[in-house]
Design a binder for this molecule. Structure first.
Ligand code: ATP
Length: 481
């Protein structure tokens, strides 16, 4: 196992060297907290999206999809509360000119300083959260002084007062009002509520699922893919009768945790955490936290947004967002599940990357991804570059390449080719050799066990389907729904 402290470094270099993740604009020195997905990263990301999309839209007959635009009328953000409420606190160090989130500055400090004094840690943590709840920011500033927290860069305590900072990116429009890059995808669903309800003819309860980019001007952007300024969210809004809030909130909490567990990254890697500081729109909230290489952190939020958003949109747009049911006329409540795609990518990638000692004393690096998520489902190699073996391998590749993302390669020894596929998480490799010519059989090599066996050429597709088919996991899930 790779030691935790080195894991992040190992992850970043493996992701870069194997075409998963690159720093954005690297040739100009990079751009803080913005990353690009490379040739295998994009395949893994698309497979994760497919898993989420199918389990939401295919497995629930009352959930439909949507893909709304990133740019929206600026009044949406006024109505949703993001213009006034979507703020973070910040504090600057006057010497280093570095900017911090004061709550995180304190939390990180006490985590290190009082790791052996849990009572003291708890006491400070409580005071911090009470001050945050009461919006008593001068007390947080006093706490920083009392704890003697120094800026890690300048080493000084020369701090500014604590201020607010709106996290939305603004785009200047010459004539009209400024536009914003959306900080969540949900508002595109809320604003289309009537269109979707009418065109789908769905009755309450029903849901709308969406995958898309969001943007937040994060003050502290670090920990690789964990806190980005441009990221993707997979969000689902489930519209319900107000009396059923508790029931559906519990349903979605259970559903979402089961969905994560089905990935088999390890049951003990998840924990639920009830929200201490709810977002401005929420009345009930739970985070699913994942044990990242830097500890347990939020990966998905499940909230009851009640009728907060639709009510505000009624007020600002003067349109009605109502359900007319027998004698009733009401604004539906909403349970939202919101999962960060990049955070999930990091969770899967970091849990799957292993260094293994082999029996012959050598080491291999293998990405033990859940096979249905692997960027490449199978690789096909000829044993040697002669005697017609490459032609047979190419023929098999061409026959099945419309069904799966495959790799055909004849560059290097078989051992080296296996290592390359291990590093990108390809679950199966097929080798075409002289027995293929005689008996129509090929060697199958399994990524995880490294065991090899022979199968008939006709079985190749079956073997790939059985090992990597998304249907297998979806069937397991649908039994639990
Ligand atoms: P955090 O407390 O970590 O800032 P949040 O509570 O603000 O997260 P939500 O607004 O609930 O996050 O967003 C839903 C999901 O979107 C999060 O659970 C996370 O997976 C993802 N997400 C939010 N902000 C970011 C970000 N800056 N970079 C990557 N993913 C993010």
């Amino acid at each position: 196992m790779v030691k935790n402290k080195n894991l992040i470094h190992f992850l970043i270099s493996h992701a870069k060297n194997n075409g998963f993740i690159f720093s954005s604009s690297e040739i100009y020195g990079g751009l803080n907290a913005v990353y690009d997905y490379g040739q295998y990263g994009v395949e893994l990301k698309n497979n994760i999206k497919e898993y989420w999309w199918k389990s939401m839209v295919f497995l629930h007959e009352n959930i439909v999809g949507s893909d709304s635009s990133i740019l929206m009328h600026p009044d949406i953000w006024k109505a949703s509360g993001h213009v006034d409420e979507f703020n973070e606190l910040l504090i600057d160090n006057k010497n280093s000119k570095k900017r911090y989130r004061p709550d995180i500055l304190i939390e990180e400090y006490i985590e290190k300083k009082f790791s052996d004094y849990p009572e003291r840690k708890k006491e400070i943590f409580l005071r911090l959260h009470q001050s945050l709840e009461k919006k008593n920011y001068s007390d947080i500033r006093i706490l920083i002084d009392e704890l003697n927290i120094c800026d890690p860069i300048s080493g000084t305590k020369n701090w500014t007062e604590i201020r607010y900072f709106n996290m939305m990116f603004k785009i200047k429009e010459e004539i009209k009002k400024d536009l914003f890059l959306r900080p969540e995808t949900s508002q595109g669903i809320f604003s289309n509520f009537n269109n979707i309800k009418k065109s789908s003819r769905m009755k309450i309860p029903f849901g709308v699922a969406q995958i898309g980019k969001s943007f937040r001007n994060e003050i502290i952007a670090r920990q690789f893919l964990f806190r980005l300024r441009e990221f993707e969210q997979m969000e689902m809004l489930f519209f319900i009768h107000p009396n059923d809030e508790k029931k559906w909130y519990e349903y979605w909490k259970k559903n979402r945790i089961e969905w994560h567990l089905a990935l088999e990254l390890g049951d003990r890697k998840y924990q639920l955490s009830n929200h201490k500081n709810l977002a401005h729109y929420a009345s009930l909230g739970t985070d699913i936290e994942f044990n990242f290489p830097f500890g347990f952190k939020e990966i998905e939020g499940i909230h009851s947004r009640r009728d907060f958003d639709l009510k505000k949109h009624e007020f600002f747009s003067k349109k009605k967002f109502r359900i007319f049911d027998s004698n009733e006329n009401y604004i539906p409540y909403v349970i939202e599940t919101s999962l960060g795609l990049d955070r999930l990518f990091l969770a899967i990638f970091s849990s799957s990357l292993k260094k293994e000692k082999l029996e012959n004393g050598t080491e291999r690096i293998v990405l033990k991804l859940p096979p249905f998520l692997s960027p490449v489902k199978a690789a096909i190699f000829p044993l040697v570059k002669k005697d017609g073996l490459p032609e047979i391998a190419k023929k098999i590749f061409n026959e099945i390449k419309t069904n799966y993302r495959l790799i055909f390669s004849q560059k290097g020894s078989i051992g080296k080719l296996y290592r390359i596929q291990d590093a990108i998480g390809t679950p199966i490799c097929f080798t075409i050799d002289y027995e293929t010519v005689e008996k129509n059989t090929v060697t199958v090599r399994d990524r995880d066990s490294m065991k090899q066996k022979r199968i008939h050429i006709k079985e190749i597709s079956n073997v790939i389907d059985k090992k990597t088919g998304i249907e297998n996991i979806l069937k397991k899930l649908s039994i639990n729904l």
